[in-house]
Design a protein around this ligand. Structure first.
Ligand SMILES: CC(C)(COP(=O)(O)OP(=O)(O)OC[C@H]1O[C@@H](n2cnc3c(N)ncnc32)[C@H](O)[C@@H]1OP(=O)(O)O)[C@@H](O)C(=O)NCCC(=O)NCCS
Length: 172
């Protein structure tokens, strides 16, 4: 597998392929529309994609979150993330997340949250956000997880986390 991981280019071909990855992975339009809306509002803080022989096979996006107490605009939410069905379970998602977290760890950002499968995201060091007195608005329980990108990265953050307004348009 010769995987190339890179930032998206600002051209329509990249965008169309990225949207197609989300449509295929989620089997609906919502996440593709979310990517478009986050890009339109400029809340696509960090994006990364994986390419295989010139075809975009995976994409993820981090956007700003609002934290009830202690917010300093240095934490991000990971969503959406998608791998083309034909490329799933081949390590593409793992490679993409690893590279993304490495890049963010070298940035001023302090922490990342995600709502997803604990067994999957636990591999990257995510742990239930409730241990840091943080909760989401979706009732995610232990599926709502946080990761400090640096020493003390989650210190001072408390309470409810709100994703960017564009997430309100998701149907579930
Ligand atoms: C979830 C997803 C991003 C994982 O990417 P991936 O490239 O398939 O994952 P990797 O190959 O890096 O890792 C594979 C391992 O992750 C786990 N895994 C993969 N997809 C999973 C899923 N949907 N639920 C739970 N565990 C999953 C499995 O343990 C798998 O290991 P195994 O093959 O030994 O059983 C991808 O499957 C996907 O796009 N799914 C549909 C969209 C989605 O659910 N996005 C995430 C929303 S939080």
């Amino acid at each position: 597998m010769s995987l190339l991981i890179r930032r998206p280019r600002p051209d329509p071909d990249d965008l169309n392929e990225i949207l197609a990855v989300h449509r295929a992975a989620f089997g609906r339009e919502d996440e593709a529309r979310l990517v478009e809306q986050l890009r339109a509002s400029g809340r696509n803080t960090f994006e990364l994609l994986a390419e295989q022989h010139g075809e975009i096979v995976a994409h993820l996006l981090f956007s700003p979150i609002r934290i009830e107490h202690g917010d300093d605009n240095q934490a991000l939410g990971l969503a959406p993330m998608a791998v083309l069905p034909a490329w799933q379970r081949r390590g593409v998602g793992t490679a993409l997340i690893h590279d993304a977290l490495q890049a963010l760890a070298a940035s001023p950002f302090r922490a990342v949250v995600v709502l997803g499968d604990p067994a999957y995201y636990g591999r990257f060091g995510f742990t239930p956000a409730s241990a840091f007195h943080l909760h989401d608005i979706y009732g995610g329980g232990d599926a709502f997880m946080a990761l400090a990108l640096c020493e003390g990265g989650l210190h001072d953050y408390r309470g409810q986390i709100d994703y960017a307004p564009e997430f309100a348009n998701l149907t579930d």
